[in-house]
Design a protein around this ligand. Sequence first.
Ligand code: SAH
Length: 247
Amino acid sequence: MRWSLRGNGISGARNGNASAAGGRNDHGVSGGRRGIGMTSARTRERLVQRLRDQGLSNPLVLEQIRNVPRHLFVDEALATRAYEDTALPIGYGQTISQPYIVARMTECLLEGGAPRRVLEIGTGCGYQTAVLAPLVGMVFSIERIGALLERARARLKELGLSNVHLRHGDGFQGWQAHAPYDGMLMAAAPMAIPEALLAQLAPGGRLVAPVGSETGQHLVRITRRGDDFHTETLGRVSFVPLLKGLG
Ligand code: SAH
């Protein structure tokens, strides 16, 4: 195994300011937040270097971390921290994933070849989606909290990502209409991978997900071989739980 994962996936900020992003929609690329220090090339490069130092090496993924304007995915009050390697609150008790975790999961998914169709569970603010979309054929992403999904939709559209399809739904069910998927990525942790998701994974497909309770989760990569599911355990992480039903 090439990496060892630190045990602080996206913990820390998960129950931060639940109303942080309430009602804002001033995240436009053309807004006044362009050109200020925190979004500078140097700040972003520092983040990329930090991820490299931690063992991440896929140049395509690192290029995405460099290019995707993470400050547009968080509330303006938190924008100065957008290029720190940390999770930040996005409202509704949820967090934007830590850049290390986003890069790490994306690398794991891409290893062995870029998937054509990816199902993502837990769109959140859309940051992981934006990192992933240019690297794969198409992304189908499900979020249970409608308000978060609509905000993500607006941002992803602004960024011109046309190969992303979003759905307000419960990720436990997957998205049968577009199955099978040759890649799946989960941003919230179930106690066990839902059967419906395994059923929607194409032969040879890979699913990368955190699994376990809030006190003990592991990142796993499951590869489907016929009706066999080969599981690799990639290290300890800390994600918000996968919740049932709509938010
Ligand atoms: N990658 C996202 C992380 C968001 S946190 C980002 O970068 O912003 C995880 C998200 O999973 C939350 O938005 C939460 O609402 C969502 N979630 C939890 N359970 C879910 C479920 N059953 N179906 C769909 N989304 C779910």
